[in-house]
Design a protein around this ligand. Structure first.
Ligand code: ZN
Length: 72
């Protein structure tokens, strides 16, 4: 049996006999549909100028993890 993962929630479900495919349920289908509709019909308006965080990019600390020996 062919099994696919719901692109919305990742639930594994059989492909055959699924009326909501590629989603697992109507809910996930609507969520995804609403997502791209919302993106498509986004009204270009004035953005909130509260967050003015441009520039100042702090270096990411703590990237000295070494790959230790793997004992199997
Ligand atoms: Zn789902």
């Amino acid at each position: 049996m062919r099994v696919v993962a719901c692109p919305q929630c990742g639930t594994q479900l059989p492909w055959e006999g699924n009326r909501y495919r590629p989603f697992c349920s109507e809910r996930c289908r609507l969520v995804d549909l609403g997502a791209w509709l919302d993106e498509k019909y986004t009204i270009p308006g004035p953005l909130d100028d509260e967050s003015a965080d441009t520039g100042d990019v702090a270096p990411v600390p703590g990237r000295d993890r070494r790959s230790g020996p793997e004992d199997g």
